[in-house]
Design a binder for this molecule. Structure first.
Ligand SMILES: *[C@@H]1O[C@H](CO)[C@@H](O)[C@H](O)[C@H]1NC(C)=O
Ligand SMILES: *[C@@H]1O[C@H](CO)[C@@H](O)[C@H](O)[C@H]1NC(C)=O
Ligand SMILES: *[C@@H]1O[C@H](CO)[C@@H](O)[C@H](O)[C@H]1NC(C)=O
Length: 361
């Protein structure tokens, strides 16, 4: 697609989203999430294995301990009570999708050598900090994560048949490619083309996972990145950055087109989008105030925050003093650190996605 067309599209998508946001204000408080328990039990039995690719929204411990903040205090204080490699105070998206299936959260790939050939409820190949391109060397990009998956499948006929009969795939792309793009000097002008490149690569990855035998593949839409604390810090966590969210909407629009095309090509509706954009927005706008969920005291302000801008959640100085502060109740915050939701935040997002999950799984 030409740059000019993309720009027009960007404007078009922006207006569409403004309109949708108005509707969302209403939806956020009127959704009702109680479901028929019997239907729920029947539904759960279809998929009993979860295979996960992507980044920190899905990683449950693949990063090396010496490398990642997710293995430092105070990460994990809510669950499991100590750092577990999750980028949150507790559970993350993967854990809630596994909960929905009624299975244990899948084992991080890094621990497979200890588990032998038994994979239990699946395998998690997601590494915090990664993207479809190389964003955090030496962590494996998504292509390499799928290479690992392919190797595992080829090493075991058993795993391949389980993937085909009862495997669900979750692919998380939370936006590291874009952070990396700007860190390497990318311009706003070049962004639409880069977004198209990212979505193209993502679509190739999805197609490859399908060719390896997966019958159902869920891929996340980007969350509203302009609402992350790293963006709203500039205005004291008062307001989302709408310029950034407009770019996010272009990504999500192109992703939707790519997924429709893949579904048309494969003819079995294998691909579905997990709409983190609308679920984050809805929870933030309703302050998590739907049935069965806690009200969030702070919507845009994170629970764990550096004492000055040069420090992040989990940083200590040479003497070992904490250079961060943690809020008194992580359950009252939607965001944990500058980019990741709290467990309570993910739980609210998951509750919001429930009707859609019931429908597609
Ligand atoms: C992913 O990483 C591999 C190994 O480092 C590299 O060869 C490949 O080009 C990368 N793929 C993409 C799409 O960046
Ligand atoms: C929003 O984000 C854009 C792009 O990153 C940046 O240029 C702009 O200064 C930000 N606006 C505000 C109000 O923070
Ligand atoms: C679906 O694929 C067929 C060819 O396989 C093509 O003719 C048709 O235009 C496609 N439809 C869409 C909506 O892409």
């Amino acid at each position: 697609m030409q740059f000019n067309n993309l720009l027009l599209l960007l404007l078009f998508v922006h207006f569409t989203i403004l309109f949708q946001d108005n509707i969302l204000c209403v939806q956020g408080s009127t959704h009702h999430y109680r479901q028929n328990d019997q239907d729920f039990d029947q539904m759960k039995k279809i998929y009993t294995k979860l295979f996960v690719f992507g980044d920190s929204y899905a990683d449950t411990g693949n990063n090396r301990k010496s490398f990642a903040g997710s293995w430092k205090q105070p990460y994990g204080i809510t669950f499991p009570g100590k750092p577990s490699g999750r980028f949150s105070d507790g559970r993350v998206l993967t854990d809630y999708i596994a909960k929905h299936l009624g299975v244990k959260s899948p084992l991080p790939y890094r621990f497979m050598e200890y588990a032998g050939k038994r994979i239990g409820s699946g395998i998690n190949f997601a590494y915090g900090g990664t993207g479809v391109f190389d964003t955090l060397v030496p962590n494996p990009n998504m292509t390499t994560q799928i290479d690992y998956f392919e190797k595992v499948i080829h090493s075991s006929v058993f795993i391949k048949s389980e993937l085909q009969s009862s495997g669900l795939v979750l692919v998380s792309l939370a936006g590291n490619d874009y952070g990396d793009y700007f860190a390497k000097g990318g311009t706003n002008q070049g962004l639409p083309n880069f977004i198209a490149t990212v979505v193209n690569q993502l679509a190739k990855n999805l197609k490859r996972i399908h060719m390896l035998g997966a019958k159902k593949i869920m891929v996340t839409a980007l969350a509203p990145l302009g609402c992350l604390p790293q963006s709203t810090l500039l205005n004291s966590f008062q307001q989302c950055n709408s310029t950034q969210n407009t770019a996010v909407n272009l990504h999500n629009f192109l992703l939707q087109q790519a997924v429709s095309k893949l579904n048309n090509e494969t003819k079995d509706s294998s691909f579905v989008i997990l709409d983190l954009y609308n679920s984050f927005t809805s929870v933030l706008q309703s302050k998590g105030g739907h049935p069965g969920s806690l009200k969030f005291e702070s919507t845009l302000k994170p629970c764990c925050i550096g004492i000055t801008q040069q420090y992040s959640c989990g940083d200590v100085n040479e003497k070992g003093d904490k250079m961060y502060k943690v809020c008194s109740d992580p359950n009252s915050a939607f965001f944990w650190d500058s980019v990741h939701p709290t467990q309570a935040g993910w739980h609210a997002v998951y509750s919001n996605l429930q009707p859609m999950l019931q429908e597609i799984l």
